[in-house]
Design a protein. Structure first.
Length: 140
């Protein structure tokens, strides 16, 4: 399963990146995330954290590693343990006086019987999450 969503945020790339890189913020902008165990502060490549989220009515726990952390440019995480292998790339680029944020999510080991439903639910959730992130960062 693969999906891509974009949003333009009226904040500079470094500010958007800083918010993304503090994974303690995940429950604030990702509706499916219930809890995060994190040391605090901005993440660097190689850092790890745990998250609990609800997806398709199931609560799941994931161990997650920060794969790439380039301030103002990219923040990528990947699950290292959990029911599905997921990689989420957050790519940032300047757009006028703000930031164009493109999120690419790739999930492997999605049960075939759930694939169609999972894609629809993930697309809907990603769009809602990015709209929430935009509102939070723009102070609306």
């Amino acid at each position: 399963m693969r999906l891509e969503e974009t949003v333009e945020i009226a904040r500079p790339p470094d500010a958007v990146w800083s918010y993304l890189a503090d994974v303690a913020n995940l429950p604030r902008w990702q509706g499916a995330v219930d809890r995060v165990e994190w040391k605090g502060g901005e993440a660097v490549a190689g850092d790890a954290f745990r998250e609990e989220r609800t997806f398709l009515g199931r609560r799941v726990a994931n161990a997650v590693e920060v794969v790439a952390a380039e301030p103002g440019r990219e923040f990528t995480v990947a699950t290292t343990a959990g029911p599905v292998d997921v990689t989420a790339r957050h790519l940032l680029e300047p757009a006028g006086s703000g930031t164009l944020l493109r999120v690419e999510v790739e999930a492997k080991r999605v049960p075939r019987l759930m694939a169609g439903m999972a894609v629809r639910a993930a697309r809907k959730q990603a769009a809602e999450d990015l709209a929430r992130l935009k509102r939070l960062l723009e102070g609306e």
